[in-house]
Design a protein around this ligand. Structure first.
Ligand code: ZN
Ligand code: ZN
Length: 338
């Protein structure tokens, strides 16, 4: 295997040999990349969702036990920590530093969500922050125009899911060169599909061992594996769609990002998305006492254990200054109304 990371390391299913990643091009539009995107979309978005719907009668027949719910909750929390603490705050925004063992664990846990290898995810996400809600943003619900409920529904579907079918691929050499130089991230990420499989097998094994039954293994697979994967994907995608459509905007961020309190628990704090766009490189989305952010609690606990360092959080003065800007702007906008 080549030691130089190529496109095929980040786009599983790519048949073409790994092309060197262009340093000059910000966005790659190669047909082989588009084919890999479509393959990933079908394999890891459409097939699991279809299987989850098809398995509903089986789940109804089996019934849901406390063990199944416990495995669902545990796998949900671990996977969402991998996505929000790892893929998002650490690898996309460098909001803190982490030891190699923590970086590897976060790549593994995040990969279990089948949302793409970490380098692709982080490159896409940095591209999103650079172009939020402009026509270049790959998953903005506002970039395609139109009015009326049909246009709004299409915009929601695009931001939530269908953009993943085919999109200009932000070059990792341009957007995430630091990740490409991190041997821990590259080595761990090369086993992307293994970690997805592990995310299905581990809860099945645990369910079987805890209940000493095949029935328990099947329930563990369905709840801790399949349904956790599919619903966890939709929870994350709600941040791309709903958190750029509905909710509150305490900060002026130059885009349409919003906060949604009702999504804070399932996304473990990711839905304070306007806060995040206001302070993108900070480890905490909690800018008021009531804005619960379990992912920051995890980062703070890891910092206490000495496993992560350089945790970046905004100071009270920085938050006050941005709030004041928002207040001044809305005041001057009101002043213009006759
Ligand atoms: Zn956003
Ligand atoms: Zn972000």
């Amino acid at each position: 295997m080549s030691t130089h990371p190529g496109v095929s390391d980040f786009m599983p299913g790519l048949v073409a040999p790994a092309a060197p990643l262009s340093r000059r091009k910000r966005v790659l539009r190669d047909e082989s990349i588009r084919a890999a995107q479509r393959r990933h979309f079908v394999l890891f978005d459409i097939i699991p969702a279809t299987a989850a719907v098809a398995a509903l009668p089986l789940l109804w027949y089996l019934g849901v036990t406390g063990v199944g719910l416990g495995l669902f909750a545990a796998m949900w929390v671990l996977n969402l920590i991998g996505i929000e603490v790892g893929y998002h705050r650490l690898f996309s925004h460098a909001a803190f530093e982490a030891r190699p063992s923590v970086r590897a664990a976060l790549v593994i846990l995040g990969s279990m969500g089948a949302q793409g290898p970490v380098v692709s995810w982080a490159s896409n996400h940095r591209h999103h922050h650079q172009h939020s809600d402009t026509p270049e943003d790959s998953h903005s619900p506002h970039a395609h125009g139109g009015t009326g409920w049909r246009a709004r529904l299409r915009a929601f579907a695009h931001a939530h899911l269908t953009w993943k079918w085919s999109y200009p691929y932000p070059s990792p050499s341009h957007y995430t060169p630091g990740l490409l130089r991190d041997p821990v991230v590259i080595r761990t990420s090369r086993r992307y599909t293994t970690w997805i499989a592990l995310g299905l097998i581990v809860p099945a094994l645990l369910g079987g061992v805890i209940t000493a039954s095949w029935r328990g293994a099947l329930e563990g697979f369905l709840l801790g594996g399949l349904y956790r994967l599919v619903l966890g994907q939709h929870a994350t995608w709600c941040i791309n769609s709903l958190c750029h459509l509905f909710g509150t905007r305490p900060f002026r961020t130059g885009d349409r990002s919003t906060n949604n309190a009702w999504l804070a628990l399932p996304t473990l704090g990711g839905s304070w998305h306007n806060n995040h766009h206001a302070f993108p490189s900070t480890a905490s989305n909690q800018l008021a006492w009531w804005q619960i952010d379990p992912c920051y609690w995890v980062i703070a606990a890891l910092a206490r254990l000495g496993l992560v360092t350089d945790v970046n959080v905004p100071t009270a003065d920085q938050v006050r200054a941005k709030r004041a800007v928002a207040a001044r702007r809305s005041l001057s906008a009101k002043d213009l109304v006759p």
